[in-house]
Design a protein around this ligand. Structure first.
Ligand code: 6GU
Length: 246
């Protein structure tokens, strides 16, 4: 898949491909990232990309024309059609379901705003979707774009090694939080590893992990349970967890 990043700091985003899973996805040819800077499409000696907002107020608004030319250049770099996704706190929340949807696209363009935002006419004319990564304020869309790239890259077929795939199961597959994990030593001054994990009883271990995932989701993010498709066995496990953890 191909992702184009339109940003005043495109390297900020493309650098996520320098390490780890995203880097490997790129090395394996599963992902191509391309950065585009609207300043390279700005006119005049000052290569201006922003101006003061009509109506007054603080901050600057990104100009239509450098962004429009930059988007056109990004689109033209590949014949496949590309959705334009604007990262902004006004967008719909990014979810794993949305990540899965994007991961199936052959390409898309991530548009990052800085300053107070982008001239609304450019947004209306060019943007297909607006996404937010949470209810807090970032100085620009670049960190959010890096989040999208990471989440989408790891879902590309072949991006994860077997050991990493397992970690994906819980949240990605059924919208529950992950169970706790332990490694050596068994006995430590901070506590002992739950006995079932050393029992060699694979069904028992799977059951315990499922119960922990259900229980932690109930304790920390109960609203996720409304969306999760729980079996009758899940409900029993959760009731038992609740009884033990009132
Ligand atoms: Cl996508 N952009 C900005 N600038 N701030 C955010 C955000 C995005 N998501 C949460 N806060």
């Amino acid at each position: 898949m191909r992702i184009d990043i339109v940003s005043l700091f495109p390297e900020f985003v493309t650098q996520v491909a320098g390490h780890g899973v995203v880097g490997r996805a790129q090395e394996r040819g599963l992902l191509a990232l391309h950065g585009w800077n609207p300043r390279d499409h700005a006119e005049g000696n000052y290569r201006r990309v922003d101006d003061r907002p009509f109506g007054g107020g603080p901050g600057m608004v990104m100009l239509i024309d450098p962004l429009r030319a930059c988007l056109a250049a990004a689109r033209a770099a590949d014949p496949a059609p590309a959705k334009v996704i604007y990262l902004s706190p006004q967008g719909m929340p990014l979810t794993q379901a949305k990540v899965r949807e994007l991961a199936g696209e052959p390409r898309f363009i991530l548009l990052c705003g800085r300053y107070e935002g982008i001239d609304e006419r450019l947004v209306a004319a060019e943007v297909d979707e607006e996404l937010s990564i949470g209810d807090y304020v970032l100085s620009g869309g670049e960190l959010a774009a890096a989040v999208v790239v990471d989440a989408v890259a790891r879902l590309q077929e072949g991006a994860l090694n077997d050991a990493e795939s397992a970690a994906q199961d819980s949240f990605a597959a059924d919208g529950l939080l992950d169970c706790p994990h332990y490694t050596r030593p068994v006995e430590h001054e901070l506590g002992t590893v739950p006995e079932v994990l050393m029992s060699g009883n694979h069904a028992g271990i799977a059951r315990w992990r499922r119960q922990q995932a259900l229980g932690r989701t109930w304790q920390r993010r109960p609203e996720l349970l409304d969306e999760a498709a729980l079996s009758a066995a899940d409900r029993k496990l959760l009731e038992a967890f609740k009884a033990e953890n009132p």
